[in-house]
Design a protein around this ligand. Structure first.
Ligand SMILES: C[S@@+](CC[C@H](N)C(=O)[O-])C[C@H]1O[C@@H](n2cnc3c(N)ncnc32)[C@H](O)[C@@H]1O
Length: 214
């Protein structure tokens, strides 16, 4: 299985690297939503406004739109966003897609009911700090973050995710990143067999978070 970004060089040119990966036929991570997101999407009600961060080919944003949510999504890989637009059209839903990276995206401030952050481990510790701050700041009080990532044990499984320890999450790291601004309602470190296209496939060391802004 190829890791999410196979070599350190890929991190120097993330857009080129990701566009090349997404240029292959089909959907790299499939069209079914991430299981952690699907399990916890009930935290939001139809009509609420949610942002899907680094949404790739749209499997997660389209799922949320199908639940009746008002969905914004961004990703810097235009090839992925084109595919996401096609998937949304095929499903008959509207998602407000943008081609942008974390720094260029026009983040809202204090208004969102939700943020979905699924496998956004492209971020090194410095970018991760800025990214997590943006996500928390974008939520209104009571707004909910649903996040999924890999833990360091994933370096043994090699079934997806970046091959860099500094990009992976632990429970302690997520507590430190989000408390006390957020109340952590679910924080689970677990292993599961996942099949998300060719990109994430097999036994995986995962961490899931559901957190509510205070
Ligand atoms: C592992 S994929 C996950 C995609 C999607 N969240 C999903 O679960 O299907 C990581 C995504 O992060 C995007 N990405 C890489 N660098 C980024 C950056 N600096 N800002 C925002 N997104 C970025 C990539 O284009 C890619 O779509």
């Amino acid at each position: 299985m190829t890791p999410d970004i196979p070599s350190p060089a890929g991190f120097a040119n993330p857009v080129e690297t990701w566009n090349r990966r997404y240029a292959a036929p089909g959907y790299l991570f499939g069209t079914a939503p991430n299981a952690w997101l699907a399990e916890h999407a009930g935290v939001w009600q139809a009509g609420q406004h949610v942002l899907a961060v680094a949404d790739g080919e749209g499997r997660n944003s389209v799922h949320l739109a199908r639940l009746g949510l008002r969905v914004d999504a961004f990703d810097p890989a235009s090839v992925a966003v084109d595919k996401a637009r096609a998937w949304a059209a095929e499903c008959g839903v509207t998602v407000n897609f943008s081609v942008a990276d974390v720094e260029a995206y026009d983040w809202p401030l204090g208004t969102l009911d939700g943020v979905a952050a699924i496998f956004i481990q492209f971020a090194d510790p410095a970018l991760r700090e800025r990214l997590f701050r943006r996500m928390v700041d974008a939520l209104r009080p009571g707004g909910v973050l649903v996040l999924q990532g890999y833990t360091p044990r994933q370096l043994e499984h090699k079934t997806g995710g970046p091959p860099l320890l500094s990009h992976l999450y632990t429970e302690a790291m997520l507590r430190e990143a989000f408390e006390p601004a957020m109340s952590l309602e679910v924080l689970r470190d677990y292993e599961a067999e996942i099949h998300e296209g060719q990109g994430h496939a097999g036994r995986s060391a995962l961490i899931g978070l559901v957190a509510r802004k205070r």
